[in-house]
Design a protein around this ligand. Structure first.
Ligand code: PHE
Length: 340
């Protein structure tokens, strides 16, 4: 083989190499002790001194070049091999530690997990309910019979109906009677999950958002217990002192019913744009479970009482992380997500 042919062959072969074993044979073949390049020198005896010198320089340069290429290729092959099963058994500590991009949890996930953690500490179990519900669980069992004005006012106009007559739940309250029927009191559960409402989206409305429902059923339960559980939860969640107030409201499935407001954490109640100058922000709905609902849960309302509450996880996440548009959560916007 003359030098030109050798160069040509080496370059072509190098291009095809994909495994480190092949690379090693290639090295031996060309740069090894008995390799092609060494052998070249034995052919140069017939050349003049001048020619020898010139060829020597060229060959040396070629060999150096080849070594560099081999080293580069080796790194690349090793990296690939480590990624595949074949190579993963050996750990190459000499590989460069490139920065690996890791994913981020959506703030909704972080918020949900934090809420679950706090309620678990308070003795609540975290349970799940179906997103596709029958009307009985989403409405009727919650004391919202067909034709009842509350059904319309509350969520009928915003309900997604499926062809088979079921609905996408409009509230996690739909799981309340399921668990009353399935469990023996005392019951202490929270039910986080997705809910759906057919409405125009804006900075504070999404057709799909998250709620967490709380349900406690026991013998002696009072509004004071409800208030205490909520305040302790909120203080733990916002990591600060929190003041709340219960405002009379109406839900068919609780009596009495309340909207729960929290003293605005931005202005401490002085009034600002976040609380619409009122000093208070509405954060959740709650109340004492209506006897009809307890009955629908196959429990005796003379014996068992309880409270329930439901809050939007999105809303609390927005307050905690100071996010001003609910649509950001599902936007897939990496600039937004990378902050968490
Ligand atoms: N389900 C109500 C809502 O979606 C909240 C609520 C839950 C109110 C439990 C009272 C008791 O607005």
């Amino acid at each position: 083989m003359d030098f030109i042919e050798l160069k040509d062959n080496a370059e072509k072969e190098l291009e095809k190499i994909a495994k480190s074993s092949e690379l090693k044979s290639f090295f031996d073949k060309y740069l090894g002790k008995k390799g092609e390049i060494r052998q070249l020198f034995s052919l140069v005896k017939e050349l003049t001194e001048e020619e020898k010198k010139k060829l020597g320089q060229e060959v040396n340069e070629f060999a150096r070049n080849l070594e560099e290429k081999i080293a580069e290729l080796e790194k690349e092959i090793r990296r690939k091999e480590v990624e595949t099963e074949e190579g993963s058994q050996s750990l190459d500590v000499s590989l460069s530690n490139e920065k690996i991009e890791t994913g981020h949890l959506n703030p909704l996930t972080l918020t949900r997990r934090e809420m679950e953690r706090i309620f678990e500490l308070m003795g609540f179990s975290v349970v799940d309910g179906p997103e596709v519900e029958d009307e009985w669980h989403n409405f009727d069992s919650l004391n919202i019979p067909e034709g009842h004005p509350a059904r319309d006012a509350l969520s009928l106009g915003k309900t997604y109906y499926l062809k088979n007559g079921n609905v996408l739940r409009t509230q996690t309250s739909s799981a309340q009677t399921r668990y009353m029927q399935a469990m023996t009191p005392p019951i202490r559960i929270v039910i986080p999950g997705k809910v759906y409402r057919y409405e125009t989206t804006d900075a504070s409305h999404e057709i799909n958002f998250y709620q967490i429902e709380g349900l406690l059923i026991d013998k002696d339960v009072s509004v004071a217990n409800l208030k205490a559980v909520l305040r302790i939860f909120l203080e733990e969640f916002f990591e600060r002192e929190v003041e709340i107030r219960l405002r009379p409201s109406y839900f068919p499935f609780t009596e009495p019913s309340f909207e729960v407001d929290m003293l605005c954490t931005v202005c401490d109640g002085k009034g600002c744009s976040a609380c619409k100058r009122s000093g208070w922000v509405e954060i959740l709905g709650a109340g004492m479970v209506h006897p009809n609902v307890i009955k629908n849960g196959k429990l005796n309302p003379k014996k068992w009482k309880g409270f329930a509450f439901g809050m939007a996880i999105d809303r609390l996440a927005m307050m905690k992380y100071k996010i001003n548009d609910v649509r950001l959560f599902h936007s897939g916007n990496l600039k937004f997500l990378k902050q968490f």
